[in-house]
Ligand binder design. Structure first.
Ligand code: FVH
Length: 298
């Protein structure tokens, strides 16, 4: 993966249009303005353009006008269904444009959108933003990109105003795959944290106080992730931490305790199912990496 880790403040002034000025789109447009670019903005509800126009952005009267205004067109709508609908209404304007779609979506949607955009004579780059709006242009923000590499390289310095740029490959679906992979890890962490807080508050333990124990614990446990990943890559599902048999033996204690304490088990039952499947398939001595293998259905 090629990457730049920080915005290139020295990039020459460029022209960029931003379509979609929700919380994220407004942050993106603001970052382009701060980097000194000429920014044209459009939003379905025009009022959201106001603060950006006050900072120097050019308001477009329509999505077509916004696309026509710049060689680089950044899209950040709620969903790719919205992007499909918007672009389908202005196919003539797209020829020769580079579309950078930073709307959250699936790899399949990105591939479909890319194929359609190329038919209209556009270049398509998909992106996955790894930041919340407040982080945009800051040191920890970055964006995964994939699709038309030449178009990406042409506009990379401009895109770097948003944060680091990470190129994931010419398959347009790869940025979304990387994005959703990281978000999967995040949601898995949230599932555990929410369940833990629900459990301890049944005994009137302050969630805030307990989080002081929870955060360092979860952080320390993340240290075993590289080992799990190495085992998965090598196919050697060994463990010097705890075997699947040990995990399977302990796991009913969690489900029983949740029930005893009046907490739903709905988020955790699936983990018991896959532990049972692993043991039944003869993997009792293996480590957690085996579960990733068992989850792969194709
Ligand atoms: N906010 C975040 O933290 C995350 C971080 C990672 C990336 N996501 C994705 O970014 C996309 C936009 O998210 P957002 O936070 O800007 O969302 P909203 O503030 O709700 O703005 C949504 C914009 O989409 C426009 N829109 C909705 N439907 C349509 C449509 N049919 N046609 C045209 N535009 C549409 C909406 O317009 P309006 O309601 O103001 O008229 C907003 O501009 C999203 O994919 C996140 O998953 C953000």
């Amino acid at each position: 993966m090629s990457e730049t880790t920080h915005a290139m403040s020295t990039s020459p002034s460029a022209q960029v249009s931003v379509l979609g000025l929700g919380m994220m789109g407004s942050a993106l447009a603001g970052a382009f303005l701060d980097a000194g670019h000429r920014v044209t903005v459009w939003n379905r509800s025009p009022a959201k353009a106001g603060p950006l126009v006050a900072r120097g952005a050019v308001p477009a009267g329509s999505a077509a006008e916004a696309v026509a205004a710049s060689p680089l067109v950044v899209l950040c709508l709620l969903s790719n269904d919205n992007v499909d609908e918007l672009l389908a209404a202005l196919p003539e304007e797209l020829a020769g444009k580079t579309l950078v779609n930073l709307t959250n979506g699936t790899p399949t949607q990105a591939r479909t959108l890319s194929a359609w955009a190329v038919k209209q004579g556009a270049q398509y780059v998909d992106g996955g933003i790894m930041a919340v709006p407040q982080m945009i242009a800051g040191p920890d923000a970055y964006v995964f990109y994939s699709g038309d590499e030449a178009a990406y390289e042409t506009h990379r310095a401009t895109l770097a105003a948003l944060g680091g740029t990470k190129w994931t490959g010419s398959d347009p679906g790869l940025a979304a795959l990387h994005d959703l992979g990281l978000l999967t890890g995040m949601y898995g962490m949230f599932v555990g944290v929410i369940q833990a807080l629900a459990l301890v508050r049944t005994e009137n333990i302050s969630a805030e106080a307990y989080s002081e124990l929870l955060v360092p614990w979860v952080t320390a446990m993340l240290g075993i992730v590289p080992g799990i990943a190495r085992d998965l890559d090598s196919g050697q599902h060994v463990t010097d931490v705890s075997s699947l048999a040990v995990n399977q033996a302990a796991f009913p204690n969690f489900l029983t305790t949740f029930r005893d304490q009046g907490v739903s088990t709905e988020l955790f039952e699936p983990f018991q199912v896959i532990l049972d499947r692993a043991i039944a398939a003869g993997h009792a001595g293996d480590g957690l990496s085996r579960l990733a293998d068992l989850l792969t259905v194709r």
